[in-house]
Design a protein around this ligand. Structure first.
Ligand code: HC0
Ligand code: SF4
Ligand code: SF4
Length: 566
C-alpha cells in the first residue's frame, strides 16, 4: 500500500493503482474519454491530465501509477486550462450534429463538455468531411464524429480478435478506418456491434431500421413481432429503469401501442431449437457424426467461423437460430392458422443484437419462399419507438404474448445469457437419454462470466463433456484447440458477445456492473416459470404433431435447418 494526497485528501491505495482510480476512491471525478473500465489503458485523449508535485509536465492520470508520498492536484487553473484546450481541439474535429445524433443525451463527449462547463466558442474549424459508411446492415460508421479514442478498435481486436477497425493516416489527417480501407460490409466485421457499445460518441451506431417498420404499418401490412429472450432483460433499462428490471407484460403492451398487430415470444422457438439441436447432438453421438458439435444460433459467430475457421464448419450444428426458425414458421404455419397471406405479413424481430440484422438478409434465410424475417429492430431502436410514441413505459398495464406461440419455458428464457443454450440443451438431452426426470434443473457449472467454461455431465453412465465460450477471442482459443485435435468435448456453445446476448451490441450501453444485474434478471425469470424444460412445452409438442412431424424430420429439415458458406 502507498500513502498519497489528492487535492488535499490523504488516502491509502494499492501499489500500481493509477491516479485516476485513486481519485475516484476519494470522490474526485476526473474527465476521461478514451478510458474504458473494461479495457487496457490507452492514454490517447489526454483530457485526464493532472499536476503532480515536483513534476514539470502535467501527466495523464489514467496511465500514471501512484507512488509513496505522491501529492496530486486535479483542479488547478493550469490543469483546467490545458483540459479546456484539449477539449476545444477535440470539439473542432468533431461534427457538430448533436441535436439529431442518435447518441444525443447519451454521449460521453457531451457529458465531459457539460461537466467541464466548457461554454466558450471553439476557435478552430475543420473543413474535412468524410462519407458515412452505411454498407453494413448492422453498424453505421461516421468518421466525422470519431474522436480517435481507440476504444472500438481495442474491443474489435483484443476482445473479439477480429481486427476489422484501425486508425489510418498521421497527425491531423488520422482517421478511423476499416481494415484495408474497405467498406464494413466487405470486411471481416462480424456485425457483433461491440464497437458500438465501446464508442463514447456517435461515430459507431446501430443501423436504424425503424423507418421500414413504420412504413409497413402505414401500408396496412399485418405487422407481427417476435421478441428475443434478452430483450425483456434490457428494454426497461433502455427506458431508464434499473438494470435487471424485467416485465414482459409491459413490453407487450408497449409494442401493441406502438402498432404491432401481434407480439410473439422467441422463447417458443428457442425451445424448438433445443428439440432440433438436442436430437442432432444425440444423432451425432450415436452415429459417429462430427464432434464436438458447436451451436449455430449466433450470426456473428457464424460469420466469424465462416471467415476464420472455414475448415471447421462441419462442427457447426445445422440448426437455424431461433429467430430464423420462428421466421420460417411465421410465413408457413402461421398463415394457415391466421388466414393472412404470407405476402401480407411483415415479420419483425426485436433483438438485443446487431448481427441479427445481417442474419435475416442472408440469401438462404427464405425457406417460406419469402424473406422469412423482414426486419430486425434492436432494443435501442424499440426503446426509441416507444419514446417517440409518447408511451410512459414505467406505468403500463400488462398484456400476455400472443398465441398460437404463447408459451416459452425457463429453458428458452436463459438463452440470453452465456451458457444458457447449453443449460437448456442439457435439461432436455438428460431426460431424452436417461428416460428419467431431472430433479435439479440448475446446471451451475455452465453459468457466469468466466471466458471459457467447461463441465462434464453424467447421463447415467454416458459422460458428455461440454464447453462454453463468449466473446469471439475466447471462441478463437477454443476453436484453435478443436482444430489442433486438443479438445475432447462433445458439445460447445459459442456466443460472440461478452456475456452472451444480454451483452449484445443492440442493447443499451453496458458495463460489467450492469451485466451482473442483467444476469440476475435472466435466472430470476427462469425460476419463476412453471415449465423449465423445452420438451415439456405443450405448444412445441403440438406443432410437431400438427405440422412439423418429428425433430430432424423432412419438414423440420426444410424449415428449421440451414447451410454455411465456406
Ligand atoms: Fe439471442 Fe437467440 S438467445 S441468439 O442471444 O439461440 O439476439 O436474446 O434471440 O435467435 O432465442 C439474440 C437473445 C436470441 C436467437 C434465441 C438463440
Ligand atoms: Fe469489430 Fe464487431 Fe464492430 Fe465488426 S461489429 S467492427 S467485428 S467490434
Ligand atoms: Fe448477437 Fe447474441 Fe451473437 Fe451477440 S452473442 S452477436 S447478441 S446473437
Amino acid at each position: 500500500m502507498v500513502q498519497i494526497v489528492i487535492d488535499g485528501q490523504e488516502t491509502e491505495v494499492e501499489v500500481g493503482t493509477t491516479i485516476l482510480e485513486a481519485a475516484k476512491k476519494v470522490g474526485v471525478k476526473i474527465p476521461t474519454l478514451c478510458h474504458h473500465p473494461d479495457q487496457a489503458v490507452k492514454a490517447n485523449c489526454r483530457i485526464c491530465v493532472v499536476e503532480i508535485e515536483g513534476q514539470k509536465l502535467l501527466q495523464p492520470s489514467c496511465s500514471f501509477p501512484v507512488w509513496e508520498g505522491m501529492v496530486v492536484r486535479t483542479n488547478t487553473p493550469k490543469v483546467q486550462r490545458v483540459r479546456s484546450n484539449v477539449l476545444e481541439l477535440i470539439l473542432a474535429h468533431h461534427a457538430q450534429e448533436c441535436l439529431f445524433c442518435s447518441r444525443n443525451g447519451n454521449c460521453e463527449l457531451q457529458e465531459v463538455t457539460q461537466d467541464m462547463h466548457f461554454t466558450r466558442e471553439v476557435r478552430y474549424t475543420n473543413e474535412t468531411r468524410h462519407g458515412k459508411d452505411e454498407s453494413s446492415p448492422s453498424v453505421v460508421r461516421d468518421t466525422n464524429k470519431c474522436i480517435l479514442c481507440g476504444r472500438c478498435s481495442y474491443v474489435c481486436d483484443k476482445i473479439q480478435s477480429v481486427g476489422a477497425l484501425c486508425k489510418e493516416g498521421r497527425g491531423f489527417s488520422t482517421k478511423l478506418s476499416s481494415a484495408y480501407g474497405k467498406d464494413l460490409a466487405d470486411s471481416t466485421c462480424t456485425n457483433c456491434g461491440q464497437c458500438i457499445q465501446a464508442c463514447p460518441v456517435g461515430a459507431l451506431t446501430i443501423h436504424d431500421d425503424t423507418e421500414h417498420v413504420y412504413e409497413a404499418m402505414e401500408a396496412g401490412k399485418h405487422v407481427i413481432a417476435q421478441v428475443a429472450p434478452a430483450v425483456r432483460i434490457t428494454i426497461a433499462e433502455a427506458l431508464g429503469e434499473n438494470p435487471g428490471t424485467v416485465n414482459k407484460g409491459r413490453l407487450v403492451t408497449a409494442m401493441k401501442r406502438v402498432g404491432f398487430d401481434k407480439v410473439f415470444d422467441t422463447d417458443f422457438s428457442a425451445d424448438l431449437t433445443i428439440m432440433e439441436e438436442g436430437h442432432e447432438l444425440l444423432n451425432r453421438l450415436q452415429n459417429g457424426g462430427t464432434l464436438p458439435m458447436v451451436t449455430s444460433c449466433c450470426p456473428a459467430w457464424i460469420k466469424f467461423c465462416e471467415t476464420s475457421f472455414p475448415e471447421e464448419l462441419p462442427h457447426l450444428s445445422t440448426c437455424k437460430s431461433p429467430q430464423q426458425m420462428f421466421g420460417a414458421l411465421l410465413k408457413t404455419w402461421y398463415p394457415e392458422r391466421s388466414g393472412v397471406y404470407p405476402k401480407d405479413i411483415y415479420s419483425v424481430s426485436i433483438m438485443p443484437c446487431t448481427a441479427k440484422k445481417f442474419e435475416c438478409v442472408r440469401p438462404e434465410m427464405n425457406s417460406s419462399g419469402y424473406q422469412d424475417v423482414d426486419k430486425v429492430i434492436t432494443v435501442q431502436e424499440l426503446a426509441n419507438m416507444i419514446c417517440a410514441a409518447g408511451i410512459n413505459f414505467a406505468d403500463l398495464p400488462e398484456t400476455e404474448f400472443d398465441s398460437p406461440f404463447g408459451l416459452g419455458t425457463g429453458a428458452g428464457e436463459i438463452f440470453g445469457a452465456t451458457g444458457g443454450v447449453m443449460e437448456a440443451a442439457l435439461r432436455t438431452v438428460y431426460e431424452v437419454v436417461t428416460g428419467e426426470e431431472l430433479e435439479d434443473v440448475d446446471f451451475n457449472a455452465v453459468r457466469g462470466f468466466e471466458g471459457i467454461k467447461e463441465a462434464s455431465v453424467d447421463l447415467k453412465g454416458i459422460e458428455v463433456k461440454v464447453a462454453i465460450a463468449h466473446g469471439l477471442g475466447n471462441a478463437r482459443k477454443l476453436m484453435n484447440a478443436v482444430k489442433a485435435g486438443e479438445a475432447d468435448y462433445h458439445f460447445i456453445e459459442v456466443m460472440a458477445c461478452p456475456g452472451g446476448c444480454i451483452g449484445g451490441g443492440g442493447n443499451p450501453i453496458k458495463n460489467w456492473k450492469k451485466m451482473e444485474k442483467r444476469l440476475e434478471g435472466v435466472y430470476a425469470e427462469d425460476k419463476k416459470l412453471p415449465i423449465r424444460k423445452s420438451h415439456e412445452n405443450p405448444y412445441i409438442q403440438k406443432i410437431y404433431n400438427d405440422f412439423l412431424g418429428e425433430p430432424l424430420g423432412e419438414q423440420s429439415h426444410k424449415l428449421l435447418h440451414t447451410t454455411y458458406i465456406d
